[in-house]
Design a protein around this ligand. Structure first.
Ligand code: TXA
Ligand code: MG
Length: 348
């Protein structure tokens, strides 16, 4: 058991703390830090031990590759081949920011972070604390989302603590994540870029700059021996309770959920509901999570994982959620919600 050290962003100004962070990473140990998307659990990318440790404390399958984070694109030169002419414009438009680009890798990239692939995912985060950590480290840092494999990603410091207190050396408390969903993952090795994971950098934002985008479907990537985005084949983001998405007119959705609630309550089972603010008073259970107003897609995105983890904290047996098909972030939000529900959808 590790005596985890917890720092605030202000602590990062102190030289002793900077030294601690640098030494921790360089000696093959892990630091959890906030990014604008979700918290990441970081290791020095060239440290075999640090990387192995990430897989071990997350319980992550070893064929699921990690994203390499750097402070500036120039630091990627030794590690990647840029094959497509549209890449430079993408980098200009979206880095630093919530976009991961998958490049053909050079042999300098250790095999244990790419899960056996000939490509590597990379990202320049915009969050000031993430950038500070990368400056202090002075080396590339690979960082998957800071959650035990299969659980929702952490978007609050408390959620990081739930999963990693006493298993990592350092955790930086950066408060609530701004975006709340993981970065868009875009394969830029081909003439047409391929979205491997939707995020808040959307297809239309990308296509404003690049040739038409292909979207990798999950079925497509699961059929392949080596999936396009290995992360897509695993059950993800899932709460412990049984999550069902209910789609249809609000009135019907509410009636259905209340009917199910009565049945479950007769069995002494606890029911939770994830709803937009407009309907927060419509349910016959006290365990209602108001995810934000339906027109506020940014709020819904940033509260989704908090909603799922809150349901677990409340020991909810059955979770019912509205679907959130409005606004620019709908692909990203519904991608995560459908996975969390294991594609259990009721249409009413
Ligand atoms: O927003 C984010 O991207 C966060 C923060 C911490 O930066 N990180 C994150 O990492 O979500 P992770 O490891 O939880 O998800 C990375 C996803 C996985 O689905 C993985 O399979 C895919 O990116 N990926 C990584 N490298 C890849 C590659 N070379 N080819 C295809 N997919 C890749
Ligand atoms: Mg993840």
């Amino acid at each position: 058991m590790i005596d985890t050290r917890i720092y605030t962003p202000k602590d990062l100004q102190r030289k002793t703390v900077q030294d601690d962070i640098r030494q921790t990473l360089l000696s093959g140990k892990n630091v959890v830090f906030p990014t604008e998307t979700v918290y990441g659990i970081g290791a020095f990318a060239l440290s075999e031990k640090g990387v192995r440790n990430i897989y071990s404390v997350k319980g992550r399958p070893s064929d699921n590759p990690l994203i390499v984070h750097v402070r500036d694109v120039s630091e990627l030169k030794p590690y990647i081949h840029i094959d497509q002419p549209y890449v430079e414009a993408l980098i200009d438009a979206f880095w630093p920011g919530p976009l991961t680009l998958v490049f053909r890798r050079k042999q300098t990239v250790p095999d244990n972070i790419t899960g056996g692939l000939e490509t590597v995912g990379t990202r320049v985060p915009s969050h000031p604390v993430a950038r500070e950590i990368l400056s202090i480290a002075g080396v590339p840092v690979c960082a998957p989302s800071a959650n035990i494999s299969g659980r929702p990603s952490s978007t609050l410091f408390e959620h990081v603590l739930e999963d990693f207190n006493h298993t990592v050396d350092i955790i930086i408390d950066g408060g609530k994540s701004d975006v709340g969903l993981e970065s868009t993952v875009l394969d830029v090795t081909k003439k047409r870029p391929v979205i491997l994971r939707p995020g808040v950098i959307t297809r239309s934002m990308i296509e404003a700059i690049t040739p038409p985008v292909t979207i990798a479907t999950e079925a497509e990537s699961e059929e392949k021996a080596i999936p396009k985005a290995p992360g897509m084949k695993y059950r993800h983001y899932a709460p412990e309770g049984r999550l069902t998405i209910v789609e249809g007119d609000a009135e019907n959705v509410i009636a259905y959920i209340n009917e199910q609630t009565r049945k479950h309550q007769e069995e002494n089972e606890r029911v939770g509901v994830i709803t937009t603010g407009e309907h927060a008073d419509a349910f016959d259970t006290p365990y209602v999570f108001n995810i934000g107003e339906s027109a506020d897609e940014a709020a819904i995105a940033s509260n989704l994982y908090i909603a799922l983890r809150t349901m677990d904290q409340l020991k909810i047996d059955h979770i019912y959620s509205f679907s959130f098909h409005k606004g620019r972030y709908k692909e990203a939000i519904m991608n995560r919600l459908y996975k969390a529900a294991n594609h259990r959808i009721i249409r009413v």
